[in-house]
Design a protein around this ligand. Structure first.
Ligand SMILES: [Zn+2]
Length: 143
């Protein structure tokens, strides 16, 4: 008897997160139209990806705080070959690293800007693409 694969773990035309724990909280905020990150209550340092302890002061006291959703283009890479069929119509597309106003860097997608038009430091602003009631994906467009 072969093991069964839950539908959410099976092959997907487009990969989407199946978050749990802190990550589920992060994507739930995105579904609500907010980009929120953990911020240490002791030293006020932002952090991402989510985790229990502050990397700066080791405090375990923190809260989800809203980001401005604004930042600048720190780096990017361009994908020219779709490795999953659901991305075939998107290539070439850029995956970007955005340096947010809060100092965090976030790997994200891009909307409305062709890869050849990207420039280091260009101002970007977040937007959200709903996937379900519990998840939205963040992406960025020109501010
Ligand atoms: Zn801290």
């Amino acid at each position: 008897m072969s093991p069964s694969i839950p539908p959410e773990r099976g092959f997907q035309l487009r990969y989407t997160p199946s978050p749990s724990g802190f990550s589920a909280d992060f994507y739930r905020h995105c579904a609500g139209g907010e980009l929120r990150f953990q911020r240490c209550s002791a030293c006020r340092t932002w952090r991402h990806p989510p985790r229990v302890t502050c990397g700066r002061c080791s405090s375990e006291e923190w809260a989800w705080e809203a980001s401005s959703g604004r930042g600048t283009l720190f780096s990017w890479t361009v994908t020219h070959q779709a490795l999953a069929p659901g991305f075939a119509e998107d290539v070439p597309y850029a995956i970007v690293v955005v340096e947010l106003a809060e100092g965090l860097r976030l790997v994200s997608g891009l909307r409305g800007i062709a890869p050849e038009d990207l420039e280091l430091g260009m101002p970007l602003v977040v937007e959200f693409v709903p996937v379900s009631d519990a998840i939205a994906l963040h992406c960025f467009r020109r501010a």
